[in-house]
Design a protein around this ligand. Structure first.
Ligand code: F58
Length: 831
């Protein structure tokens, strides 16, 4: 008898579930409709067809995945582990069809069954397991890591409810829960046997083991089980499929049984509910979460399970020792949310694997790299000490010890500088004590990076200045990047086809080849076709806008778009000030020369963010008045597009003429939407902030509409005692705009509705809208004039795409691999 290993060696029979001919795909699709969905065509709906198709695609993808996993295991390959509380993946179906290179056959197979692939693609509910830029960056990086054939595991949380769905009622944002798992998730494989029990609360005890060693025992009040759910992440144009492993919280039976045995059934159920609540919901804040015990529990659960899983995988290989952990893994902390990993790895090495402190600390430090994503001082994560102690008593002890040794070394090096030690301390001792997670991440990592050149400089000089002084060699910049597969090839098939026709398809994997478009910018025929592609995308978006909001847009107008989370620092309300300025001008001077313009906004506000929600209401109120006014609505329209998400983003970026990147200089760490717009041929109107600076350098200043104060000027303006009210009083145009907003013109005479916004502008204006106002309006006017010369605009649009190849996540991941992770690709055999 041959064993299963031998018999399974050649893998499954290609003709049954993995063939890629039209006939094989058709056969499997029908099989899946029957045997998975239990449906026959008379009663099947689009959803059943979508499921059957998803399983058909999955069958074909598993082969690559299993082979990749096998190769990684056989070679004990060095592996990148990307730890992130968020992965905002976007819909899977189309991306997997692309990366498997079977879209053509699938389309035809469906056609032969009288079904339309595009309709089924639209059925998919996307997994919204992220808030915005940070979560989407993790998804782009996973895709590039697979494409570059770097062995990788992404570790995160399988939230039962992702980011809320945004509806607009009466102009206000209303949140609805995102029940994305309601119909099941064909893209994941549950792994009920890969579980780890994680302790919470309680206290610690010391004891001496039979070999006389000092030991610490953690006696928790609760244990929760993390269960793995795996999603394959395919690379483009290669056979590699990496692993995204997300953890779900479950109750540990022993705990409910205990209660059950003493007859307390309801307590047992309560325990279960409590345990399972840990992975229930993604926190929708895009600012820090104070006092949320559950949030800390989420972070710890996924980090502990992930590290235990890494150790398990590592020790599976005969002869491996936990002392080699840092050689096997490069672990990246995506912001501070997973930074408890520093203390947890120490705990595992010390308490479970019995290493000595120095050895454990060396391994820990060599393992981690930390990426910072924010410049807002109020966004640096910290936990009140009593809360931290209540949830993670053992980790607090370890953090104290890490801190003691760390600060001793600091004092040795900088004697007499007590302020320095206080600022570097992992514990904030001023006022109510807190644990500073960024300090923990810095102390426990061999590498610290920012996400755009300016951001990294500001980390060095401001946010993490003291750490930079200690360890300048650990700091580096890794400017963000985005995947061109999703955000150009999939999102913009018309433009992609035109590009490939001219320069070949190499750009899809080698984005620098987009440069070959440069000479075509002077080719009038090419420009005409380019314009045609942009117009087609505007027609597509206009149809979507009409269906979602009832507002009709003309694809020949200038599409001016701002799509991102709503936040005061991103200054959507500065954009509104321009809209109102333009509206008043059109009313007052009907002869005013400017191209007709559609101003679109999209983005969610954190549910508890009062000002952001009021900004949404303001946008909708202004839209209501402008769009209904026959004196202006032939030249200006305003749209708020509800529920910005990855799927919608793929419609939005390709249709933009003008990309709004107008944050106050020094506030936006990088931005990634700015890159997606530029790669789709939008021109940017923006400040010298985040990656805008690098985009402007790349596309060259004449192809970028720059306005506003730079970081130094912002600092100087504030230092000189900024008084926005004086700007308002001395600038009649600005005054008229703010007065209209305040006097009820857009709110049916209600003067209270927008008072908080007006007052904030007049009395604080923390984000310097008034200071940048004139410069912004002048720049918008200049952009309008430039758009009125379509040929030249198109030339500049082409140059934006040609020169934006550097903003591919492949470039970013390549830099992480070389400079931080020291990991090399592991090419997968073709068949
Ligand atoms: C974003 N941060 C930055 N945080 O704002 C943006 O400039 C940058 O391009 C992007 O990261 C990627 O580097 C961001 O999206 C969050 O959403 C956090 C979610 C969890 C709570 C704290 C904010």
């Amino acid at each position: 008898m041959r064993g299963i290993a031998e018999q399974a060696e050649q893998g499954p029979d290609d003709t049954v579930r993995t063939g890629i001919s039209v006939a094989a795909i058709k056969r499997d699709f029908i099989d899946n409709l029957y045997y998975i969905q239990a449906r026959f065509p008379d009663v099947a709906g689009d959803y059943d067809y979508y499921q059957a198709l998803a399983y058909t695609v999955r069958d074909r993808l598993l082969k690559r995945w299993i082979r990749s996993a096998q190769t990684f295991k056989d070679t004990a390959a060095r592996t990148v582990c990307y730890l992130s509380a968020e992965f905002l993946l976007g819909p899977h179906l189309e991306a997997n069809l692309l990366n498997l290179d079977i879209a053509g056959q699938v389309r035809q197979a469906l056609q032969e069954l009288d079904l339309d692939l595009d309709r089924l693609i639209r059925v998919e509910e996307e997994p919204g397991l992220g808030n915005g830029g940070l979560g989407r960056l993790a998804a782009c990086y996973m895709e590039s890591l697979a494409t570059l054939q770097v062995p990788t595991i992404g570790y995160g949380i399988r939230y039962e409810f992702g980011i809320f769905k945004q509806e607009i009622r009466d102009g206000w944002q209303v949140e609805r829960t995102d029940k994305w798992l309601r119909f099941g998730n064909p893209w994941e494989i549950p792994r009920p046997t890969i579980t780890f029990d994680v302790k919470f609360g309680g206290h610690t005890e010391t004891w001496t083991d039979d070999r006389g060693r000092y030991r610490v025992r953690w006696i928790p009040v609760r244990e929760v089980r993390g269960v793995a759910y795996d999603t394959p992440i395919l690379g483009y144009g290669v056979k590699t499929a990496n692993l995204l492993r997300l953890w779900t919280a479950e109750a540990v039976e022993s705990f409910d049984f205990q209660a059950f045995n003493v007859g307390d059934y309801y307590r047992a159920v309560d325990e279960k509910v409590l345990s399972e609540s840990i992975s229930k919901v993604l926190y929708p804040n895009d600012e820090p979460l104070v006092g949320k015990t559950l949030r800390l529990a989420q972070q710890y659960l996924f980090v502990s399970c992930s590290l235990q899983d890494m150790i398990r995988i590592h020790l599976q290989v005969p002869g491996m020792d936990v002392r080699g952990f840092h050689n096997k893994y490069a672990v990246q902390l995506n912001d501070t949310h997973p930074s408890i990993a520093v203390a947890e790895l120490m705990r595992l090495l010390l308490d479970e694997h019995l290493l000595g402190w120095d050895e454990a600390w060396e391994i820990t430090r060599q393992t981690f790299g930390y990426t910072n994503h924010t410049l807002l001082p109020e966004a640096l994560e910290s936990w009140p000490l009593p809360l931290f102690q209540r949830v993670l008593p053992r980790h607090l002890e370890l953090i104290y010890e890490i801190n003691r040794r760390f600060l001793d070394a600091v004092r040795d090096r900088y004697p007499g500088d007590a302020g320095l030690a206080a600022r570097l301390s992992l514990i904030d001792e001023a006022g109510d004590k807190r644990v500073r997670m960024a300090n923990l991440a810095c102390a426990g990592s061999h590498s610290i990076n920012g996400v755009a050149a300016l951001h990294t400089e500001l980390l060095k000089t401001h946010v993490l200045r003291d750490f930079y002084r200690l360890w300048p060699e650990r700091f580096s910049n890794k400017t963000n990047g985005v995947t061109l597969r999703r955000f150009l090839l999939l999102a913009n098939p018309v433009l992609s086809a035109l590009i490939s026709e001219q320069i070949g398809a190499g750009w899809i994997r080698h984005s620098e080849e987009l440069l070959r478009l440069e000479p075509l910018a002077t080719d009038a025929g090419f420009r005409r076709r380019w314009r045609g592609a942009k117009r087609a995308n505007k027609v597509r978006l206009a149809a979507y806008v009409q269906a979602q909001t009832g507002i009709e847009l003309d694809p020949d107008w200038l599409f001016d778009i701002q799509a991102k989370r709503i936040h005061e620092y991103k200054r959507q309300h500065l954009n509104v000030l321009h809209v109102v300025t333009h509206y008043l001008r059109l009313k007052q001077y009907p002869g005013f020369e400017a191209p007709p313009r559609a101003v679109l906004f999209a983005g969610k506000a954190a549910p508890g963010y009062f000002m952001a929600k009021r900004i949404i209401k303001l946008i909708n109120s202004v839209a209501g008045v402008v769009n209904a006014d026959p004196e202006v609505n032939a030249r200006l329209k305003v749209v708020f597009l509800p529920n910005f998400c990855v799927k919608q983003a793929q419609l939005v970026y390709p249709a933009a003429d003008l990309s709004e990147q107008i944050s106050l200089a020094g506030m936006e760490a990088s931005g990634t939407g700015n890159m997606k717009f530029a790669l789709n041929g939008a021109l940017t109107i923006g400040t010298l902030d985040g990656a805008n600076i690098e985009i402007r350098d790349a596309v060259e200043p004449e192809n970028f509409h720059l306005f506003g104060l730079n970081v130094d000027q912002v600092q100087a303006t504030r230092a000189a005692g900024y008084r926005p009210r004086e700007l308002y009083e001395s600038n009649p145009r600005l005054k008229a705009v703010i007065d209209r907003i305040g006097d009820g013109h857009f709110s049916h005479g209600d003067r209270e509705l927008f008072r908080p916004l007006v007052d904030a502008l007049l009395y604080h204006d923390h984000y310097l809208l008034c200071a940048d106002y004139d410069s912004y309006i002048a720049c918008q006017d200049e952009a309008g004039r430039a758009y009125s010369d379509p040929d030249n605009w198109t030339r500049r649009s082409i140059l934006n795409v040609a020169r934006s190849g550097g903003f591919s996540s492949d470039r970013a991941i390549h830099q992480y691999c070389e400079d931080i992770w020291r990991v090399t690709p592991l090419p997968m055999a073709l068949e």
